[in-house]
Design a protein around this ligand. Structure first.
Ligand code: HEC
Length: 157
């Protein structure tokens, strides 16, 4: 009986782990739809904020002033050459309005998918340059710039 109870406890714990793992969001490439892996890429991004993001799909850094400033400086290094200093668009499209080639960018998961996995042409995967936490920081800065229709801002819902 005791062995059985222990076995039952073990099975329940295992089941709990499986369902916790399943609760994580599956991130997909914006163009190919392939599942994105976080095994490769710049290290150091597996922070509490990123773990939370993988479960909730919400960027915990949105609205966080200190993080947004860091995101801004990361953006200037990694993105502004192609997207413009204020994300107004240059070689790549503007990122501050509500027109998106990839409407998934209106959710934080979708925006992250484009950054991590890339899209087409010059928009390659950014994950060797930036880790996942740094991407969340840049995303928080971008969301703060938004000039589009508030009702389209899916990430706020
Ligand atoms: C070498 C130039 C280049 C760099 C660097 C670059 N991008 Fe891009 N980006 C592009 C181009 C070109 C596209 C259009 C690709 C497409 O339509 O598939 C694009 C598309 C995007 C999109 C999709 C826009 C839409 O309308 O759906 C997002 C979001 C984006 N980039 C964000 C970023 C961020 C954030 C960074 C920095 C981490 C970055 N990009 C770095 C060139 C670049």
């Amino acid at each position: 009986m005791k062995a059985y109870t222990r076995w039952l406890g073990f099975m329940l714990a295992a089941l709990g782990m499986v369902s916790a793992a399943q609760a994580e969001i599956t991130f997909r490439h914006a163009v190919t739809g392939e599942t994105l892996s976080f095994e490769y890429g710049k290290e150091g991004g597996d922070t509490d904020a990123f773990k939370k993001f993988k479960e909730t799909g919400k960027n915990p850094y949105n609205g966080d002033k200190a993080v947004i400033d860091k995101g801004h400086s990361l953006y200037l290094t990694a993105c502004s050459g192609c997207h413009g200093h204020e994300a107004e668009g240059k070689l790549g499209p503007g990122l501050a309005d509500d027109y998106w080639t990839y409407p998934r960018a209106l959710t934080d998961v979708g925006l992250f998918e484009i950054l991590w996995g890339g899209a087409q042409g010059m928009m390659g995967p950014q994950n060797t340059n930036l880790n996942s936490d740094e991407m969340l920081q840049i995303m928080a800065w971008l969301r703060g710039l938004y000039t589009g229709d508030p009702s389209k801002a899916e990430w706020l819902k």
